[in-house]
Write a protein that binds this ligand. Structure first.
Ligand SMILES: Nc1ncnc2c1ncn2[C@@H]1O[C@H](COP(=O)(O)OP(=O)(O)OC[C@H]2O[C@@H]([n+]3cccc(C(=O)O)c3)[C@H](O)[C@@H]2O)[C@@H](O)[C@H]1O
Ligand SMILES: Nc1ncnc2c1ncn2[C@@H]1O[C@H](COP(=O)(O)OP(=O)(O)OP(=O)(O)O)[C@@H](O)[C@H]1O
Ligand SMILES: NC(=O)CC[C@H](N)C(=O)O
Length: 542
């Protein structure tokens, strides 16, 4: 049975556009000899549609697009992910659905059984689960069709207990093949985790699996693709690329082992951020971005990602020295711009900084300079950058990393100005690792930028480590506190100094308000700030 896997990049709510993409991929698979074609979860809708499904015309328009698709399909079936009504159910009147289209008709509708409702997923808010799992019989084979979470077993998922197991239910009905339509977002370690999970499910159930995942960025989520096929012994027999669209046709009952090329963590993280940035910018209708270049590593890495995502001609930098900036910060910014081929202009903020301080002097008379004046500089840079963004219609990128955002080491309405926080889920230690990976063949980020001690340069001789713990220690504590959600005592038991742990915990909790006003950030770890971490701002839990 020659199965076509269409790994496509959908746009949420763009039914005509998604239908076109699905048809183009379907035809490509036909040309490659497919006898059946599979697309990702919600391929017609884009994932996740979130509260769009509540709009009165959303599902009717989705169903219209599905009818249009069905009309185009002849005798080679197409499996399409979409949202359907759940007739007769008042509370949650929708289903996360797959349609089997064949000979101009919707031959079968399949509903999702396990509805993930944790971290970035919220499906119980919208959907009711499938009640009975039934295989589809086609060309003498019994095919179990599942949707993303349906195939994830307890061992591979930190999830609440489910009282259903769709794979088992289907296996009990003697299936020959499992097909899974997924919208499984990337985080570090996820592609390997998925491969292992699919191998073990196939082996345990003794059936081959065809797994079709989405690719592309949608808001904070980046879908990495890596669609694959696994034989009944759990061996991978086809592995598609990551972070790129594509179609692959294989004979699922005949295919032999595929070669799996390992990718480094830094390469994966980089590719995820490039795709996430490109899709966010383009899907929002922009073609270019601007950002402040400080000569530091965060803005440098953000600029490289942007140049690779959009083309150097679509990235514009501003270097804005203040009285406390080192000459190196300007020189390193121009060296970076030259390496990347992006335009960079220099505008001093000294005049404006002096003017603001003068204007405020009657009110601040006799008071010492402090963090107020530090923040004025960051806010003036934000003002200049937003002016450039408005004039030339660039989307402004913010450059803060996860470590800083965690402890609030950033200025609200200052360096937090911007539309997309590109590296806000990358801890500072990973910023260094990825930057070194970027320079693996030749210098793109000036080495002096990578090697100098991090500094905000908002007062004379300032260094990040005057205020913050060393980044390797801070990041280790943050991983335990934010990603693994351990309490302070448990972190101290693992050998960290108590005052540092308590300070970090307090800073993370106190700065929730800041993060809730921050630009959306691209998620690349298992627990990012944003849609998958919903903490109260006002709380007393320690
Ligand atoms: N719960 C809450 N809800 C709403 N607002 C709240 C609040 N708690 C404080 N605030 C307000 O927040 C204000 C303080 O926040 P904010 O103005 O941001 O200032 P703040 O957090 O005090 O200072 C910013 C820090 O970030 C450092 N920085 C700035 C820029 C770049 C970098 C870097 O290296 O990248 C580092 C800078 O050196 C300084 O230490 C207060 O004036 C208060 O009104
Ligand atoms: N002199 C400057 N010129 C232009 N932009 C600046 C300048 N200083 C700071 N910025 C902007 O504000 C952001 C915060 O920078 P800051 O130097 O305060 O901290 P950082 O976290 O060490 O970042 P970086 O590693 O990019 O320096 C920078 O990434 C940059 O976008
Ligand atoms: N869309 C989904 O059901 C996603 C859940 C799944 N466990 C994943 O991330 O791969």
């Amino acid at each position: 049975m020659r199965v076509g896997i269409a790994q496509i990049n959908g746009v949420v709510g763009d039914f005509p556009g998604n239908a076109k993409r699905i048809l183009a991929a379907y035809r490509e698979c036909l040309e490659k000899g497919a006898e059946i074609v599979v697309t990702p979860e919600m391929s017609l809708v884009g994932y996740p549609p979130r509260d769009l499904v509540f709009k009165s015309q959303f599902v009717p328009k989705c169903l219209q697009a599905l009818d249009y698709l069905a009309d185009e399909i002849k005798n080679v079936p197409l499996l399409v992910g979409y949202v359907d009504f759940h007739e007769g159910c008042v509370g949650k009147p929708f289903r996360n659905a797959v349609a089997w289209l064949e000979n101009g008709e919707i031959k079968r509708k399949i509903w999702k059984t396990l509805l993930p409702t944790y971290d970035v997923f919220d499906e119980r808010r919208y959907f009711e689960p499938n009640e009975v799992c039934e295989p589809v019989v086609w060309k003498g084979k019994r095919i179990g069709i599942t949707i993303c979470e349906d195939i994830w077993t307890e061992d591979y998922l930190q999830r609440p207990f489910y009282d259903r197991d769709p794979v088992r239910e289907l296996c009990a009905k003697n299936i020959d093949l499992l097909i899974n339509l997924s919208a499984s977002p990337y985080h570090l370690g996820k592609p390997a985790n998925r491969r292992e999970m699919l191998g073990s499910v196939a082996k345990e159930s003794a059936v081959p699996i065809v797994y079709c995942n989405s690719i592309g960025g949608n808001d904070q989520l980046v879908f990495d693709g890596h669609s694959m096929a696994v034989d009944a012994s759990g061996e991978i027999v086809a592995q598609m690329g990551g972070f790129d669209e594509g179609c692959r046709v294989l004979d699922i009952f005949e295919a032999k082992d595929a070669e799996i090329l390992p990718t480094e963590d830094s390469e994966q993280l980089y590719n995820a951020l490039v795709l996430g940035l490109r899709d966010y910018v383009h899907k929002c209708g922009f073609s270019s971005v601007c950002l402040g270049l400080s000569g530091g590593i965060d803005s440098a890495l953000t600029a490289v990602i942007a140049a690779d995502a959009l083309g150097a001609e679509n990235v514009r930098g501003l270097t804005m020295p203040s009285p406390y900036s080192s000459r190196g910060s300007v020189d390193d910014s121009f060296a970076l711009a030259a390496n990347l081929g992006i335009r960079c202009d220099e505008i001093s903020i000294s005049g404006a900084f002096g003017a603001v301080k003068d204007a405020m002097s009657p009110v601040f008379k006799g008071r010492k300079e402090d963090v107020t004046e530090e923040n004025m500089q960051a806010r003036l840079r934000g003002l200049f950058l937003m002016s450039l963004s408005n004039k030339d219609n660039h989307l402004l990128l913010t450059t803060g990393n996860k470590s800083e955002l965690a402890v609030g080491y950033c200025t609200i309405y200052g360096d937090m100005c911007g539309g997309l926080a590109v590296i806000s889920d990358l801890p500072k230690t990973k910023v260094f690792e990825v930057s070194k990976w970027v320079n693996r063949e030749s210098e793109r980020i000036p080495w002096s930028t990578i090697e100098k001690p991090p500094s905000a340069e908002l007062r004379p001789d300032q260094k990040d480590q005057d205020t913050l713990p060393e980044y390797d220690v801070l990041d280790a504590i943050l991983e335990l506190y934010v990603e693994r959600q351990l309490g302070a005592e448990e972190i101290v038991e693992r050998g960290f100094e108590e005052t540092m742990v308590r300070w970090t915990q307090r800073r993370v909790d106190l700065n929730e308000w800041k993060r809730q006003q921050a630009a959306p950030g691209l998620r690349v770890t298992s627990k990012a700030f944003g849609m998958g971490r919903r903490m109260p701002i006002v709380q007393r839990f320690v």
